[in-house]
Design a protein around this ligand. Sequence first.
Ligand code: BES
Ligand code: MN
Ligand code: MN
Length: 459
Amino acid sequence: MKAYIQANQDRFIAELLDLLRIPSVSTDEKFAPDVKRAAEFVKDKLVAAGVDFAEVCPTPGHPIVYAEKIIDKNLPTVLMYGHYDVQPADPYELWTSPPFEPVIKKTILHPDGAIYARGACDDKGQIYMHIKALEAMLQTNSLPCNIKFMIEGEEECGSSNLEPFIKANKERLKADVILISDTGIIANDCPSIESGLRGLAYLEVEITGPNRDLHSGVYGGGVANPINTLCEMIASLKDENGMITIPHFYDKVQNLSLEERAELAKAPFVLEDYKKDLDIEEVSGEVGYTTNERVSIRPTLDVNGIWGGYTGKGAKTVLPSKAAAKISMRLVPDQEPEEIAELFQKHFESIAPKSVKVVVTPHHGGYPVVTPINSVGFMAASAAFEEVWGKKPIPTRGGGSIPIVALFEKELGLKSVLMGFGLDSDAIHSPNEHYGVFNFLKGIETIPAFYRHYAKMMK
Ligand code: BES
Ligand code: MN
Ligand code: MN
């Protein structure tokens, strides 16, 4: 396996760079033809790797690529899930090389080089490992189970067409476990596996004051300024301990036992390095929890964007009519996104002063998930890391969200193994996203090890 990967690694990387050149931004309609092109590319590469069957399934939105390699109906089946769509690359001017013209650069964390491009880590680089792992297993006659691939093009915009696809294809998607590489590890010398993901509730709020923009001298001081009001309302959503003030927000939050927290605290974490990396003097968050806990097992509320009034060059003295913001809440078991969105909406409307009108619009959300560390899938992933990386991986809880994972559980009755290989420092969703060549190649080696251990443990 290792020899096959080594002999072909330059081609593997070159093919990934071709995929990264396709700007498959799912949230922006103008890229729809590119998204389709990326789907075709993924399908073609699955066929070239040796699947029995592959197709690009159209949806009302972006297509889903489905493929399968069935070697023996009596062997276990793994359903691989990933996404070929990417986040917008904005702001372009902060990229040191263009986001869709991948280049390999050496860095301190990536002495073997890292591939710089939008989607390099999230998630094109990681789905491509699976396609090349299949190729390597077939070429070395070592595929030990059946594999199904479901690679979608709408993960970054809510996976809304994947739900009907799953419901309509339950028989076809039958499997024993789901394998996903769309998360990360602690460090290249410290492998880890995420045993859970946070959920998400996302809303937009708009505050309207006077019926038009006003001269801030003629009216200023006498009329509520919607931007000021919005800021006050948002500021009131957290108290001095960093706790969210929305009534009943914490009602369903599962508090971890001291033992569970002690287990998670085993993950190495150096606060000084964390602050240095982000160039901040102090961290901040909920009192009584460590930084690692704040970003994984605790819920959050954050403004993702805020706008209103005059933001152009120079000074314009204006009292705006409107102000708006996008607000997200990361959720932990057993919080429910619809319920939290409703609690937010009710509360936000209730704290608005009479001087303004408020409109709250919920966006897509997602449920939190947990994969037990004593499940066969998790243990197989753990054994695969141990074999290939020479170290037992540490179980962690992830802070990000893959909303569709909870749906897999509900609709297909399957748990997901989150065997991701990215690093927090890979800048996913940010300018200069990158993915280590080491991580890419090591991932291609770890995936076949997972299949081998999984098939053996299922016997
Ligand atoms: N791959 C990420 C999620 C992720 C990143 C999980 C890092 C764990 C560690 C995924 O593509 C993503 O970006 N999810 C979105 C949710 C979606 C609804 C836009 C997120 O977490 O913001
Ligand atoms: Mn992703
Ligand atoms: Mn993402």
